[in-house]
Ligand binder design. Structure first.
Ligand SMILES: Nc1ncnc2c1ncn2[C@@H]1O[C@H](COP(=O)(O)OP(=O)(O)OP(=O)(O)O)[C@@H](O)[C@H]1O
Ligand SMILES: [Mg+2]
Length: 420
């Protein structure tokens, strides 16, 4: 180890400059010190200190010893000097530890023994020296060979050493074992690659899910419209076939002057007509939403004994297209049916408002309110078919539905965009 951790160098006769050599090492001898910077990154060279060899005079009285001690003590770097034609001139402890050669075995050998056969065959070792000589410094990374034939990934810096006259006197070579760092970098790269693959797979799954969701939405839209069609057909069949037959039966019974049978026939006719209208109110097609809603609310009030108020704004409510009108009708129908079945409310209020770009539908009751666990869940998964069906119908038109406790009671609110 070197004694102390600083030394002085004279720079261009401008005075001495203090250098902390815990990060640097010195090779060379006889007053004309040659400074090699070998920092933690494995970089090496006078240029790193902003100095050139002729600039430097080491002030220490034992500079020869210092050079030797310093270079010898460095263990993390193989530091050695090559002759101008590439033969090993010096060998430090780091070089022995890294490459496995004893000093006596390697001094005088050509440095190409550290290279793989292919590199030697392509003339790469000599090219490195040529480049270092030309540029002053050459930095490389690559596989190098140890004495036992094993390989390691090396970071190599070769610095051309010149005497005061500028003549090439050799090369300083600093080598660091980067195998672990390279393996770590490779592991990181592999992990990145794997991560990218996983992300791509996730993206693909998400795409498939989106596609399936779209297909399901299309399907549920189709199911709803088939359901509406079917209700319409059933309503027509009930009204036109069974209704007509019952009407004929009633006429016959009336002719028979059997009052009791006449009453039964009349009730049956009324039930069939009512069923038919509930399945699909003809008013919805004929006069529109407003009339159909008034008809439905009136019937519901009678059937349920709940006091239901209905306001439809504006007074001259426009026609909206059969599908949206049916949807709004079904929302009110389901919400009021829920009030009747679940709310235990004496009254309810229905409000329909048409704004410029959307319609709001509010059905409010004053009963016991939604069960807490359903209120908390905004998802439809735990709900029955009714609320889920309303939501799905609305979604088909880009609308949405909220069902909330309203202290007291429940508020069902739907918003449906309409385009003029
Ligand atoms: N106005 C309300 N007041 C109190 N609870 C309600 C009200 N509306 C709905 N609920 C609760 O929400 C649940 C889900 O309603 P939803 O309409 O989805 O299904 P359902 O009425 O039970 O069955 P379905 O409508 O499929 O015949 C109901 O079972 C009921 O517990
Ligand atoms: Mg319901």
């Amino acid at each position: 180890m070197c004694a102390g951790n600083q030394f002085w160098v004279r720079v261009n006769s401008n005075g001495f400059r203090k250098i902390d050599y815990s990060n640097y090492c010195i090779v060379g001898r006889k007053g004309q010190g040659i400074l090699i910077a070998a920092d933690n990154s494995g970089g090496c060279g006078l240029t790193q200190l902003g100095l050139s060899a002729p600039d430097i005079t080491v002030k220490s009285p034992q500079s020869d010893d210092l050079f030797r001690l310093l270079v010898d003590s460095v263990r993390d770097y193989a530091i050695f000097v090559l002759s101008p034609d590439g033969h090993v001139l010096t060998w430090n402890a780091g070089a022995r530890a890294l490459k496995g050669y004893e000093k006596s075995e390697i001094i005088g050998k050509h440095f190409s023994v550290f290279y793989q056969p292919e590199a030697i065959a392509s003339g790469w070792p000599s090219r490195e020296l040529t480049l270092a000589e030309k540029e002053g410094r050459f930095v490389d990374e690559g596989w190098r060979v140890k004495k036992d034939g094993s390989t390691f990934w090396a970071s190599v810096t070769i610095t051309a050493l010149r005497d005061t006259a500028g003549k090439l006197s050799g090369f300083a070579k600093v080598t660091q074992d980067m195998t672990e760092r390279r393996e770590a970098a490779e592991r990181i790269q592999n992990l990145h690659r794997e991560l990218r693959t996983r992300i791509a797979q996730l993206d693909e799954s998400q795409r498939v899910i989106e596609l399936r969701t779209l297909e399901l939405q299309k399907l549920s839209g189709r199911v709803l419209s088939i359901q509406d069609e079917e209700r319409r057909r059933l309503a027509r069949d009930l009204h036109d076939d069974l209704g007509q037959q019952l009407a004929a039966l009633k006429m016959i019974v009336d002719r028979m002057k059997n009052e009791e049978a006449g009453k039964v026939a009349e009730d049956a006719l009324a039930t069939v007509r009512n069923l038919s209208y509930l399945l699909h109110p003809p008013l919805l097609d004929e006069t529109g939403l407003r009339a159909a809603l008034y008809w439905f609310v009136e019937g519901m009030t009678k059937r349920s004994n709940i006091d239901i108020s209905l306001t439809v704004q504006p007074q001259n409510f426009p026609r909206l297209g059969s599908e949206i009108e049916t949807t709004i009708f079904r929302v009110v129908q389901e919400a009021l049916t829920n009030v009747f079945r679940h709310a235990q409310s004496e009254s309810a209020r229905v409000e329909i408002e048409k704004h410029a770009d959307w319609i709001t539908v509010r059905v409010r009751d004053y009963g016991k309110g939604m069960p807490a666990e359903l209120d908390l869940l905004s998802s439809v998964t735990r709900m029955g078919v009714g609320i889920a069906g309303m939501r799905e119908r609305l979604r088909q038109f880009g609308g949405d539905l909220s069902v909330s406790r309203s202290e007291p009671g429940t508020l069902v609110e739907a918003k449906i965009p309409v385009f003029a």
